[in-house]
Write a protein that binds this ligand. Sequence first.
Ligand SMILES: Cc1cc2nc3c(=O)[nH]c(=O)nc-3n(C[C@H](O)[C@H](O)[C@H](O)COP(=O)(O)OP(=O)(O)OC[C@H]3O[C@@H](n4cnc5c(N)ncnc54)[C@H](O)[C@@H]3O)c2cc1C
Length: 491
Amino acid sequence: MTEPQQVDVVVVGLGVGGEEVAGRLAEAGLDVVGVERGLVGGECPYWGCIPSKMMIRAANALAEARRVDGLAGSAEVRPDWAPVARRIREEATANWDDTAAVDRFTGKGGRFVRGTGRLAGPGRVAVDDQVFQARYGIVVGVGTRPSVPPVEGLAGTPYWTNRAAIEVAELPASLLVLGGGAIGLELAQVFARFGVRVTVVEASDRVLAVEEPEASEVAAAALRADGVEIHTGVRAKRVDHDEVAGFTLRADGGAGFTAERLLVVTGRRAHLDELGLDTVGLDAGQRYLPVDDRMRAGEGIWAVGDVTGEGAFTHIAMYQAEIVVRDLLDHVARQRGGPDASGTASAIGGAIGAAGAGGGSTPGPADSVPRADYRALPRVTFTDPEVGAVGLTERQARERGINVQVGFAPLSSSTRGWIHRVGDEGFIKLVADADRGVLVGATSVGPAGGEVLSALVVAVHAAVPVGRLRHMIYAYPTFHRAIRTALDDLS
Ligand SMILES: Cc1cc2nc3c(=O)[nH]c(=O)nc-3n(C[C@H](O)[C@H](O)[C@H](O)COP(=O)(O)OP(=O)(O)OC[C@H]3O[C@@H](n4cnc5c(N)ncnc54)[C@H](O)[C@@H]3O)c2cc1C
């Protein structure tokens, strides 16, 4: 090991959250070392959000073309995976090469180190034989990896996780998807629309089990209409594989499923055990790295993104990154300015004020640093129809003892749904706190479910009184006008 190199901040893991924090701190003039063992940008641009949404865009184009019959004549559809694979390889991922992202970071003044970072005592990070001593702080943004269930036989087989599914250049004839959550359903529908025989096996009694039951029903029906076989309440017991027969999955009750390929998408987990957390007095045996509302995990340690367990979404990582940047710059200003930190923001080029420009979190009580607030956390499953949701489900609200009122409006009986006809499945469901007269949760399922959700996110985030929402003007004939009908249904 070499002598420790003194730097201002070390960021371990340059995924969505870490890259944003490291770049912003470097731009603010700090001496930042960013450590990444894989690709700068992380899961989202290379194996997650972006390529999967490219796949969905293509699959939805096929579905729309198949809807021409009965609406606008006839269309013949011949799916071809080649342009999708090419677009992912060339446009989304540059053949899984992060040169542009590395240059972006170093162009902001950051120092990039390729390797695996490990905490090695207070303020210290080791990467291979280099050691960095951070004056102001360490940021952990190491993300998560697929959580693979301990099913007998599975470990020795060439099963897919999301990475292989995104990288696939030629589609298999058949695919078993183990896991009926958001990622499983999105990919299942894509592959089915391209002609793959897809079977989804889910242990819970419904797909999309974290969302409203009505959303699960609509999503399951839509996938079945695309030819996907869905089996819920089925626990995988054993997996076998051979080159000729492919995969066989045996379930607890004796049922068996076979396919050429098996995709395992049963959740994700942080790998804290390899981070050296014990060297700074933190517990490495947890599922996630807990943080306070300023993203502090411990003395001089911040965490950002999926590793915090607050929601595995890019928008959460970006939201948290904003808080980390502002809190860390505030910390630097206080350190540099001594006990009276007034006016010290200028010492780092007014970066605190600049960093605040994109904020949206709740301001902290004693300073300008925003505090994390997840009450209005939005999430979208990009199936067709899309399932958008914000805040609490009806069940979660009842479990919290809230005096719940529910409002429901099917999309197909809205004017726009009726006009849309084929592909108009969906609904708006509102969950209100009757005592406070505000929405605490909402679900928007439909062809533009994720977009319609934005109005509901504002309503939950800003606690807009239900009375005011009722007296808003909703453009006609939009899908979002169904919110008005659901408000009238609140009871
Ligand atoms: C198929 C799929 C689809 C998705 N779709 C969406 C979507 O539509 N919308 C959405 O909001 N979210 C989506 N997500 C989730 C989104 O990708 C994640 O929430 C996001 O990538 C989290 O960012 P992160 O910075 O926390 O972690 P990551 O992106 O996982 O990045 C962590 C980085 O840390 C690196 N690392 C780990 N350990 C070390 C170490 N010790 N030293 C150095 N480097 C290390 C890793 O190599 C990695 O690059 C999707 C995910 C998947 C898998």
